[in-house]
Design a binder for this molecule. Structure first.
Ligand code: NAP
Length: 460
C-alpha cells in the first residue's frame, strides 16, 4: 500500500487525491486529505461567492471524491504548526502533496493603507463566507455610503457585487447570519471599482462582469471618454484575446446605454461605477485615523500593455476601501519558498530543494503555479503532480511506515475531524437554516464548528 497525504482539501487537493486513486499503474494507493479547517472544499466553500450557486455546486463533485473508500478526510489538522512539522508528516506517509493555495492578500504599498476602513477583499470574502478565522470581524457597513474597490479581477467583481446586492437577494444563500444582517443595514449607495489599466486589460471574466449589469435596483455607470483612452476600445477591429474582446463589448454596451442618474432614484438603489486608467497613490484619512477617500493618478497606455502616470490626480471619497489586487502564497515552515514568485519551487510538481527533487514531497494548485486560473485549471495541474508521484512510487514505497498515520496525528496532539464529523457540521448548518427560516446557513466560528463535528448524525 502507498500512503499519501494531500495537504489542503480545495479543488487542487481533491483533484490530486482523485487522480491518485483512480489510476491503474500503481495498485492500492490510499490518500488522507488533511485540512487545517474542520470543513472540506477550500476556496469553493470559503472563496466562491454565496450567490454563485452553480460554481458552489461543485462541492457535490468534490464530495463524491472525498467519499471514495480509498480517500479519508482529516480536518482540523494544521501542518507546519507547533504540533506537526513537515518533516514529521513525511515520516507518517510515503509521500505528501501540498495543495495549500495562496492564503495572503497582496498589498498596495501606498501611504494610508493601514487607516481604519481599508481592508483586503480577501478579508471581506472570508467574512461573508463564514471562514472561522474571520468570526467577529465587522466592516462598519452602516456608516459607509461610498466604497472603493481597487483592482479589476474576479475577486474585485465579487466584492463589488456583494456590496451592491440587496440583502434580500442574498438571504436564500448559505451566507452566515451576522454578515447578512450587516449587509441589510448597509448604507452603501455607490461602489467604485477602479482599474489602473484599460477596459481591454480587465482580468475579470465576461460572465462575471456582465452579471453586474443584471443586479436589481443597481445602475452600472461607465464613462465613454475614459474607456476611449484604451486604443483597443477605440478600435473595434483591434486584435484581442476572446475574453478581453467580450469584456470590451459588454463595457461598450453600458457606455452607449442611456446615462444613469448620478444616484439611483429608487429607495435603496445603488450605483456601481467602473473606472479605468486610475492608479492608487494614497489613501486619504479623515483626521481621526479613518479612511475618507483614495487619491488616484490618471494613467495612460504606454504602448507596451502597461501604463504610465500623467501627473493628473483625482480623489474618490470612500468610507470603505477594499484592495483586491491578487493573492500571494505564504511560506510553510520546512518547505522551500521562492520569495519572488511566492510559490514553492518545483519540477512537474516535485518539490525542489536547492534545485534537486526532494524525495516524497510534491505541490499542486496555487502554491505550485501562483494564484491564477479558474477552478478547472486545477485538474491538469493536479494530474501533472500526481503523474510525477506515481512515477516515483517504486522508490517511495520502499519505506516501511509505523502504522496508520492518523494514529501518528493523534499522538502529535491533534484531534482530526473525520468525514462523519463534517457530516455533523452539515447537519448543524441545515438545522441552523431551518431555525432561521432559511436554507442551510454556515456556522461562522471555531467553537460552533467543532461542537457540531463532535455530534455527527447517526450513520445508516
Ligand atoms: P487577479 O485576477 O490577478 O486580478 C488582480 C487585479 O489587481 C488586476 O486587475 C491587477 O491589475 C490589479 N492590481 C495588481 N496590483 C495592483 C496595484 N498595485 N494597484 C492597482 N491595481 C493592481 O486576482 P483576483 O481577482 O484576486 O483573482 C485571483 C484568481 O481567482 C483569478 O484567477 C480569478 O479569475 C480567480 N477567481 C475566479 C472567480 C470566478 O470565476 N467567478 C471568482 C474569484 C476569483 P493589472 O492587470 O494591471 O496588474
Amino acid at each position: 500500500m502507498l500512503r499519501v497525504a494531500v495537504v489542503g482539501s480545495g479543488p487542487s487537493g481533491v483533484y490530486t487525491a482523485q487522480t491518485l486513486v483512480q489510476q491503474r499503474e500503481v495498485p492500492d494507493v490510499r490518500v488522507d486529505v488533511l485540512d487545517r479547517l474542520p470543513c472540506p472544499y477550500g476556496l469553493v466553500r470559503y472563496g466562491v461567492a454565496p450567490d454563485h450557486e452553480r460554481i458552489k455546486s461543485l462541492q457535490g463533485n468534490l464530495r463524491t471524491v472525498l467519499e471514495d473508500e480509498r480517500i479519508r478526510f482529516l480536518g482540523n489538522v494544521e501542518v507546519g504548526g507547533p504540533r506537526l512539522g513537515t518533516g514529521r508528516l513525511l515520516e507518517l506517509y510515503h509521500a505528501v502533496v501540498y495543495c495549500v493555495g495562496a492564503a495572503r492578500d497582496r498589498r498596495l504599498g501606498i501611504p494610508g493603507e493601514d487607516l481604519a476602513g481599508v481592508r483586503s477583499a480577501t478579508a471581506f470574502v472570508s467574512w461573508y463566507s463564514a471562514h472561522p478565522d474571520a468570526a467577529g470581524d465587522a466592516f462598519g457597513l452602516g456608516a459607509v455610503t461610498s466604497a472603493v474597490v481597487i483592482g479589476a479581477g474576479n475577486v474585485a467583481v465579487d466584492v463589488t457585487r456583494i456590496l451592491a446586492r440587496g440583502a434580500a437577494e442574498l438571504s436564500p444563500t448559505d451566507m452566515p447570519h451576522p454578515a447578512l444582517d450587516a449587509l441589510a443595514a448597509s448604507g452603501v449607495r455607490a461602489v467604485h471599482m477602479v482599474a489602473r489599466r484599460g477596459p481591454s486589460h480587465g482580468k475579470f471574466t465576461t460572465k462575471e462582469l456582465r452579471e453586474l449589469g443584471g443586479l436589481p435596483g443597481v445602475d452600472v455607470v461607465v464613462d465613454p471618454a475614459e474607456l476611449a483612452l484604451d486604443p483597443a476600445y477605440a478600435d473595434p477591429g483591434a486584435a484581442l484575446p476572446a475574453v478581453n474582446r467580450r469584456n470590451v463589448e459588454v463595457l461598450r454596451g453600458w457606455a452607449t446605454a442611456p446615462p444613469a442618474p448620478a444616484v439611483p432614484e429608487a429607495p435603496g438603489g445603488r450605483r456601481i461605477g467602473l473606472r479605468f486608467f486610475l492608479r492608487p497613490v494614497e489613501v486619504l484619512g479623515d483626521g481621526t485615523g479613518r479612511v475618507a477617500g483614495v487619491r488616484f493618478e490618471r494613467t495612460e497606455p504606454d504602448g507596451l500593455g502597461g501604463v504610465t502616470g500623467t501627473g493628473r490626480y483625482e480623489e474618490i471619497p470612500a468610507q470603505l476601501v477594499l484592495r483586491s489586487v491578487g493573492y500571494q502564497g505564504v511560506p510553510l515552515d520546512g518547505l522551500p519558498f521562492d520569495e519572488h514568485t511566492c510559490t514553492v519551487p518545483h519540477a512537474a510538481g516535485r518539490v525542489l530543494r536547492n534545485g534537486t527533487p526532494s524525495e516524497g514531497e510534491y505541490v499542486a494548485g496555487w502554491i505550485k503555479r501562483g494564484p491564477t486560473g479558474v477552478i478547472g485549471t486545477n485538474r491538469p495541474c493536479a494530474k501533472e503532480t500526481a503523474g510525477s508521484l506515481l512515477a516515483d512510487a517504486g522508490v517511495l514505497a520502499r519505506r516501511v511506515l509505523a502504522g496508520d498515520p492518523a494514529d501518528g496525528l493523534r499522538a502529535a496532539g491533534l484531534a482530526p475531524v473525520e468525514w462523519t464529523g463534517w457530516l455533523g457540521i452539515e447537519a448543524a448548518e441545515a438545522a441552523l437554516g431551518r431555525a432561521l427560516g432559511r436554507r442551510s446557513v454556515k456556522i461562522p466560528d471555531w467553537p460552533g464548528l467543532l461542537t457540531a463535528a463532535a455530534n455527527p448524525p447517526p450513520q445508516p
